[in-house]
Structure formats: C-alpha cells, structure tokens
Design a protein around this ligand. Sequence first.
Ligand SMILES: C[S@@+](CC[C@H](N)C(=O)[O-])C[C@H]1O[C@@H](n2cnc3c(N)ncnc32)[C@H](O)[C@@H]1O
Length: 210
Amino acid sequence: MKDKRPDTDKFDARLAAVYRERTDKQQHYDDWASSYDSDLVDDLDYVAWRAAGDLFAERVDARDQPILDVACGTGLVGEYLRDLGFDQIDGADFSGEMLAVAARRNVYRELWQHDFTRPRRPEPGYAALICVGMFSFTTPRISDLPHVVDCVRPGGLCVITVNGAAWRELDLETGARRAAAEHGFTITEMITIDYIREQDIDARVLVIRR
Ligand SMILES: C[S@@+](CC[C@H](N)C(=O)[O-])C[C@H]1O[C@@H](n2cnc3c(N)ncnc32)[C@H](O)[C@@H]1O
C-alpha cells in the first residue's frame, strides 16, 4: 500500500525535525530555543513573523488593548508588534525554554505556558491574537484551531498562519472550514505570504472573527 505521509525529509534537517510526527516535540523546542533565531532567521530567511505582524497591525486599530501572541516562541512577533505600537502583549507557548528567551526581550506583559492541543479559555478574552508558525504538519492539528480562537472574546480577531506545504499536502483547508462551521467562527480572509524563503515555503494566513 502507498505511504500517504508527506515527505517532510525533503526540507532542511532543522525543519524536518519538527515537521515529522514525534512525541517529544516540547522537549525539542526547549532544546532549540537558544539557536532558534539564528537557525531560522539568519540561515533560512524566515520572514513570516514580519508579514503576519503587518497583516495583524493593518486589521487591529486599538494598540492599547490586551492582545495575545500564541506560540510566541522566542518573541520575534511580540517584539515586532511592540515596535508597531502595541503595548499590552501577552505571550503563550508550551516550551518553557522558548518562553524564557521571549521574557528576556522585555516586550510581553505576561507569558503563560500552555499546550494548544488542549482547550484553555482565558477570562476575560483578548481583543485579538496572532499565531505564527504553530500550525504545520503535525500537532497541534487544524482541528485544534478552536483552542486558539477561544482565547479572544466574541467578535475578536485572530491572525493565524498555517505552513503552506502542509496546507496543500494535507488539505488543511477542509479541516479549517469544518472547524469554523462546527465551532461558529468565521474565516474572513485567506492570504498567502512568504514563510521560509530559503526553502521556498509559503504560508496561508487565516483571518478569523470569533
Ligand atoms: C516555528 S515556532 C514559531 C515561534 C514564533 N511564533 C515565531 O514566529 O518565531 C513554533 C512555536 O510553536 C510552539 N508550539 C508548538 N506546538 C505547540 C503546542 N501544541 N502548544 C503550544 N505551543 C506550541 C513551539 O514551542 C514554538 O515556539
């Protein structure tokens, strides 16, 4: 029988390591935290954090409301949004070491640890959120989208990237539309941006209204 798993080994080894199914993903990100920025930004021309940040800033007027950076990693996105004028940014991630690097940037109001394969609805919800780089080939699955969307209050806006190679190879559009229909949120835009240029990977940005 033909193996239908996507061929993620065609990518740079540092990407393939997180694109394949593994049970130690959190530990892997912990171990990657100290070299993540130089590996991705300097070596592989990772650019989605700026493009998604720009899309977010174009759509969210109020710079002084609490917003959430989901899967904040080392804080690239938070720092970019701070420079665009946002001044109440919280961050969340499941990797304690990634959060520790993010904390040293001094741009986040609060950082909290959470695995988005599970629900958590902060009260009160955030006005808006951004999530860059978390949805890809493996966990969290596109069916976990509601765990992210539920972090904003009703009517709040979400700007969420999905790895473009995974989007096509796993037909994640079907899963995203199903999640929206079942959980009552609206995908208002789907935009293609550059993601990791050195590897020719793009991203689909989902703009969602809860
Ligand atoms: C490719 S990095 C992106 C980080 C950051 N947003 C950026 O643009 O540089 C993916 C991030 O998602 C986090 N992550 C992966 N799976 C997660 C999960 N199930 N729950 C929470 N965070 C997760 C990782 O720890 C990592 O920081």
